[in-house]
Design a protein around this ligand. Structure first.
Ligand SMILES: *Cc1c(COP(=O)(O)O)cnc(C)c1O
Length: 307
């Protein structure tokens, strides 16, 4: 394993009267504790790609992300540990001359070379996996935006085996950005159990197609044991409405767990919102995958940071 990690991550039962009344049991799968610099689903998705890069003798990784991309930051950290060089293509030309936000500053501190491109050009580059710029970078392994490819899906598919026996009452829930994590979890579930993704961006429709495409790429087939909730994105990617902030801070205080806001808080709020409805009927056991850590120094564990 190229990046040693603390596996399996803990399963934490959550006692909450709101959920008890709805007849729903909740456990947290603490993937936020997986690795100190390559947390959660980023570790699960990157590790098989890093193994592939090393096996193929690559010395450079190239990937894509927005200004707050956890994937860029995780890729930079992983590359550094493995002695690989890394290039991050960042959406937004105008960011080149601005002071770096903490996420990009951390990536740069880990040696990632940042290339800022205009939004239109960025879209095209992501679609072509960077081919128009490939000459600049020389021989490299290109990872898609968010790191979601067939290898990443197979990496995440190992997660359900860490959850003990699962059956027809089980739903494994995670936030959905690019869909790689959900695709892997669904593929790794035993018969009867289901996966519920919670979209964190306003992606009605196209995310389902992304997940199905990842399934075809990784397994040559599709799966019918998952679905995506589109009712809890809070207005779009990176948007944290006051009610969500209050919910996440309250949960963090009651249970002593820092809740990452862009993804994890939305998935958690969806579980509370859906508990007892047809989506999560009484008798359900939900395992929420805590895919990452709150951003910012000292934020982990406080439950008070706004990321
Ligand atoms: C990147 C990220 C996700 C999204 O994962 P996808 O595989 O892109 O859907 C979810 N949660 C956290 C904390 C993340 O950093």
């Amino acid at each position: 394993m190229p990046l040693p990690a603390d596996l399996p991550t803990p399963l934490t039962p959550i006692q909450d009267p709101v959920l008890s009344r709805a007849g729903v049991e909740l456990r947290l799968k603490r993937d936020d504790l997986l690795h100190p610099t390559v947390p959660g689903n980023k570790w699960r998705k990157l590790t098989p790609n890093l193994e592939h890069a090393l096996a193929e003798g690559h010395t450079r990784l190239v990937t894509f992300g927005g200004a707050y991309s956890t994937h860029l930051r995780a890729t930079a950290a992983a590359a550094r540990v493995l002695g690989l060089s890394s290039v991050g293509v960042v959406r937004g030309e105008e960011l080149a001359d601005r002071p770096r936000n903490p996420s990009l500053a951390a990536a740069e501190a880990d040696g990632m070379q940042l290339e800022f491109v205009a939004r239109g050009a960025y879209r095209e580059l992501v679609r072509d996996l960077g081919r128009p710029l490939a000459q600049r970078w020389g021989r490299c392994l290109v990872l898609p935006e968010g790191g979601s490819n067939a290898l990443a899906v197979r990496g995440t598919a190992a997660l359900p085996a860490e959850l003990g026996d699962l059956d027809g009452r089980d739903t494994v829930c995670c936030a959905v950005g690019t869909g790689g994590t959900l695709a892997g979890i669904a593929a790794g579930l035993p018969p009867g159990a289901r996966a519920l993704g919670v979209a964190v961006l306003r992606g009605e429709g196209y995310l389902e197609e992304e997940v199905a495409a990842l399934h075809r790429a990784a397994y040559g087939r599709t799966f019918a044991n998952w679905r995506i909730d589109h009712g809890h994105h809070g207005g779009g990617y990176g948007k944290v409405p006051a009610a969500l902030e209050e919910f996440a801070a309250g949960f963090g205080e009651r249970h002593g767990i820092g809740v990452e806001r862009r993804y994890v808080a939305k998935a958690l709020q969806a579980v509370y919102g859906l508990a007892g409805t047809a989506a999560l009927p009484p008798g359900s056991r939900v395992t929420l995958v805590v895919t990452g850590l709150p951003a910012g120094p000292g934020a982990a564990g406080t439950g008070l940071s706004r990321s």
